[in-house]
Design a protein around this ligand. Structure first.
Ligand code: PEP
Length: 270
């Protein structure tokens, strides 16, 4: 059963995931240097990667370099892409197939980030097709949902993210590994994060959708992340919430010390 007691840290059954979305930053040479330093700094600090999973989402052109480095140096970091095509191959100029990402050992793929919904006109139907494509190739989709400031005013906090998640799961009948990221659009890059209580209320509503659509097992094991102006100084508040299982971090994931500190929230946040 999903705990609703928000006075205690989230139950230990779900390994927290701290995921860094680099967006269109860092070329492949910068990525190599960053990943090496991040892994060393976490290892030096004695970080236990089994306690908190650390993932990075570099641009497509960095993925081969990141894969080679992580595999050659056996670094305990995982990685994924920021998007994929709903199609597997063919006349889709500029698109990237999930098959290619799987060949590059990507564990995850972000789907439906608000920047893609807004700047690339990604509809809920496109997001749903991409979720199916990710699962077809053994990639764990990180499904992003979240309301704009106008949505918040008009519909309240959870109506839009709940509807987006329901639609994103339209083609999913069973799922062994999916991640949901609640990212209020008004909090992204604004420096104005949601409060932990706001995040918890929406994440609990999203878990209820998982329960209704995919059953108790999936609802219990699926990690739901909060994203939007997460920093080392506010991560602790989010991670105390029973339905928040990690963070999708944008800007702060490009600052090595800050990102390492967010990953190591257990050491300084409680
Ligand atoms: C994001 O874009 O996914 C994000 C959460 O950005 P930021 O952390 O910079 O608000």
């Amino acid at each position: 059963m999903v705990s609703t007691d928000n006075s205690t840290p989230r139950a230990g059954a779900r390994t927290p995931l701290i995921a860094g979305n680099w967006k269109m930053n860092l070329d492949h040479l910068q990525a190599i240097a960053f990943v090496q330093k991040l892994a060393w700094s976490l290892k030096d600090a004695g970080h236990n990667f089994a306690d908190v999973e650390a993932a990075i989402f570099p641009p497509f052109t960095d993925l081969r370099s990141v894969q080679t480095l992580i595999s050659a140096d056996k670094l305990p970091l995982v990685f994924g892409a920021q998007d994929l095509s709903a199609a597997d191959s063919g006349a889709y100029t500029g698109e990237i197939s999930g098959q290619f990402l799987a060949q590059l050992d990507c564990t995850y793929v972000i789907i439906g980030h608000s920047e893609r919904r807004m700047m690339h006109a990604e509809t809920d139907e496109v997001v749903a097709a991409k979720v199916v494509a990710a699962l077809r190739h053994g990639l764990a989709p990180v499904i992003c949902v979240g309301e704009t400031a106008a949505d918040l005013k008009e519909f309240g906090p959870s109506a839009v993210p709940v509807a987006q998640l329901r639609k994103a799961l339209a083609g999913v009948t069973s799922a062994s590994d999916i991640v949901v990221a609640y990212e209020p659009v008004w909090a992204i890059g604004s420096g104005q994060a949601a409060t932990p209580e706001q995040a918890e209320a929406v994440c609990a509503a999203l878990r209820a959708v998982l329960l209704e659509v995919l059953g108790a097992d999936v609802a219990e094991k699926t990690r739901i992340l909060y994203g939007g102006s997460v920093k080392s100084t506010n991560i602790g508040g989010f991670m105390k919430q029973p339905n928040v299982d990690g963070a999708l971090v944008g800007g702060a994931s490009l600052d090595l010390a800050e990102f390492a500190s967010i990953i190591r929230f257990q050491k300084h946040a409680f």
